[in-house]
Design a protein around this ligand. Sequence first.
Ligand code: F6R
Length: 616
Amino acid sequence: MCGVVGYTGRNQAVDWLLDGLATLEYRGYDSAGVQVVSSSGNLHGVKCAGRVATLRERAAVANLNGTCGIGHTRWATHGAPTDRNAHPHLDGTGRIAVVHNGIIENYQELRRELMAAGHEFLSETDTEVIPHLIQEAWNGPAKGDLARAVRYACDRLEGAWALAVVCSEVPGQMVVTRNGSPLVVTSTEDGAYAASDVMPLASVATQVTQLEDNDIATLSPDGSIQIVDRNGAPVANPATLTIDWDASAARLGGYSDFMAKEISEQPEAIERLLKDRLGEHGIELDELSLTKAELAAVDRIVIIACGTSYHVGLIAKAAIERWARIPVAVEFASEFNYDENYLVTDHTMCVVITQSGETADTLTAARRMRGMGCTVFAITNVLGSTAARESDGTLYIQAGPEVAVASTKAYTAQIVASFLLALRLGLANGTLAREEVERHFADLERIPDLMREVLARRWQDKQAARLFQGKHSSLFLGRNVNSTTAYEGALKLKEISYLHAEAYPAGEMKHGPIALIEGGFPVVAIVPADHVHDKTVSNIEECLARGAVVIGVATDGDEKVAKLCSQVLWVPQCPDELVVPVVAILHLQMLARYVSRDRGYDVDKPRNLAKSVTVE
Ligand code: F6R
């Protein structure tokens, strides 16, 4: 979950390290640190609990001088977010500094062994064993060769890691490696760079190199990068990635926060995703890498995801079952991984949905499905992410970098991507005729404009946010595909406003959650003009009878709902019931943002969370 950066070259390192960390902060932001090596071989660093902004202030005072350095932004796993537990961590001699993303599972055993050999530890982290192991190897079998010392240390580790290491004995040299946690490097005229992902590198390069597990790269100030594999053999053609978005895409560009920016980018994201997808052969999804016959043979689909992406899976299920008539199961990756009796057929297809492409539970699940003989298809936003690299086919949603921790544009783009998959499957197995696919596709093409209309109505969400003032709990209700809209709306509210929000299928409410309702209790009811409209209206009445304040999400012109609700978040008429969740959710994203802002919180960086959940 943490972010790692490294630079060696002709410029002072600290400025880029701090800027790089700021772009990686979405991965974790409870503490941060940098360490630079001066040309005369002195290590200087600062680290502190808190955000990169605090680190920047400390670094300015410390006047860190050096053209080679590493940096880290942390999401605590082992040890509280304190100055002491912040990275970088040093070896016992103060010559070797390490930053780490991942978890060292056998650190307690290693720590005991190192302590018995006289090593002293200053932090409670799992990471700190690594510089001490490197120190042992440096003085012993690696004989002053940093890359070899890192290899020796890694051979003792169990778990996951992306590491960047510098040593005052070899100023200017930086060694990076990975196992299970992502790491990319790039070479420029100004020097060589390393980072957990492409975000910080977009400001300096358009092409980056992806390290494979156990590759070790040595970066030098002239920009050269030597990569060797686990056997020490040079890697001749490492995988490269072209960054296809401008660095400005990851900047605020006039918005007050990234969540506001990303909510407003949704219409364009959907337009990009749909562009050129309707072609001569129906839905063009070459990424699927399955022949029409293979697609037609698919008899079961298992969708695996976490969090917001899991909610995408629930709507994808509705679309696939309706348009392709294939039974779909949607699983939480963290649950699936420990279900020993999971059943698949010979023609089961697995779809993993993961914005970041790095969610540890989802990756484990995808590997397990492959092991069971299933074709694995990924829907993701991040180019070259592990999910993409390990899958048989990948559909990139092309939503551009999503920086705010709460997912918004990736949610709607992933839903539309799953609709394309559903149409493709329906066409392949003959459930849908070409004309039907064209009609459904035309409905999808209307989504961007429908979204624009909702965005223009954000004042309704601002007003509705006031109804949450002084409240501690709330209930979100919806039926059918919009029970998922209720889940997703409640998740958004919980994660950024820290207000309890229970989401339920509206008809289930009377089997328990209705007990929550008392005078003034806020209920958000998603009640569009669909085949379950009147049933949901009855549920609204039941809430009102118990004193609830109801906020309705309803279709333009619905006077019945207008009369019942304290505030209505109006949604324009949608051409298909499946389109509604993609459009209506924009109101609930904006509602959550306004509630969070009213409470004075940082909407982009909610407490306890990180965007890329790379630990189980
Ligand atoms: C909520 C949110 C998370 C993620 C979840 C999975 O706003 O963003 O619930 O959806 O952590 O992440 P990905 O999609 O990267 O696998």
